[in-house]
Ligand binder design. Structure first.
Ligand code: HEC
Length: 270
């Protein structure tokens, strides 16, 4: 029996989903792809706040008829360019221009949720992770995307966050000691000499100036965008998830049957 439990546990392991990034724990976005209202809100945010720089050029606006919008809703609320519902979500700004202005091209976001390790959680954490850093050209940095080129376009909604630093002494690529004050860490590194160096890490973020939304409301916005970007990265996923449940149930039932049959057949041998 114990073996049977072990087999089932192993079979279910991939469902556990483990995510981490840039040394920073990712926030759990807890998105729900069956939440059509969230996808609709995310799409609206996307066309209003993101499409100045980012396209989703493998997606037709028409896709959103699948999540409860009529063609008129789409025309009136999502398309500003006078385009048609059957058009792709392209933008006028060439990627090269963004590269010139921001030091990096603003990539097409159709597949980001699939490409980025952590998926929706990464996007959610990224949108929550901007903090002031005067050493950066845009005046901001990001907890999960160090030295990011994108400005914090949602700062008026979220507010301005400032970093709380901690200082670590590193030796052989490992942190060997951690300090709240830079001076203490510096003294430690100097004392130990060769092979030791000081690393400044962002330990957390503090709200310096609140935005127009409460933190909970801003989390909702970030979650909606993460839901939307995950949805467009793989609209067929919904269907596959529904099928997946049946596949897993079948595997469990089949494992039990196979085990019982094996016991029956080998009964006389042992
Ligand atoms: C003013 C232009 C601009 C706007 C508006 C903008 N971004 Fe960006 N974004 C960028 C640039 C430039 C990068 C690339 C940063 C880099 O590589 O350093 C980027 C990168 C990203 C990435 C990381 C992509 C990857 O995997 O590398 C995500 C996700 C993203 N943006 C989401 C958004 C969302 C969501 C919005 C709307 C709320 C938005 N962006 C609005 C310029 C913009």
């Amino acid at each position: 029996m114990r073996k049977l439990i072990a087999v089932i546990t192993l079979a279910l392991m991939p469902l556990a989903g483990i995510a981490a990034s840039g040394g920073h724990e990712l926030h759990q976005a807890n998105i729900d792809l069956n939440n059509q209202a969230a996808i609709q809100r995310g799409a609206k945010m996307f066309v209003n706040y993101c499409m100045g720089c980012h396209s989703a050029k493998y997606v037709r606006y028409k896709l959103f008829t699948e999540v409860g919008l009529s063609e008129d809703d789409i025309k009136n609320n999502l398309i500003f360019t006078g385009g048609k519902v059957g058009d792709l979500m392209t933008i006028a700004m060439p990627e090269d221009d963004a590269a010139k202005w921001f030091g990096a091209p603003a990539p097409d976001l159709t597949l980001t949720a699939r490409i980025r390790h952590g998926g929706a959680d990464w996007i959610y954490s990224y949108l929550k992770g901007f903090y002031v850093d005067s050493s950066r050209p845009m005046g901001v940095n990001n907890t999960v995307f160090p030295n990011v080129g994108m400005p914090h376009v949602l700062w008026e909604l979220q507010g301005v966050q400032k970093p709380v630093y901690k200082y670590e002494a590193h030796h052989d690529g490992h942190a060997v000691a951690s300090f709240d004050s830079e001076a203490e860490a510096d003294a430690y590194v100097k004392e130990h000499g060769e092979g030791y160096r000081l690393e400044r890490m962002v330990e957390g973020l503090e709200m310096e100036r609140p935005g127009s939304l409460t933190p909970a409301e801003y989390d909702q916005v970030a979650r909606d965008l993460a839901t939307y970007l995950t949805y467009i990265s793989e609209p067929i996923k919904l269907e596959r998830q529904r099928m997946g449940v049946w596949v897993v149930l079948f595997l469990i039932v089949f494992t039990v049957i196979a085990y019982l049959m094996k016991k029956e057949w080998w009964k006389d041998v042992h």
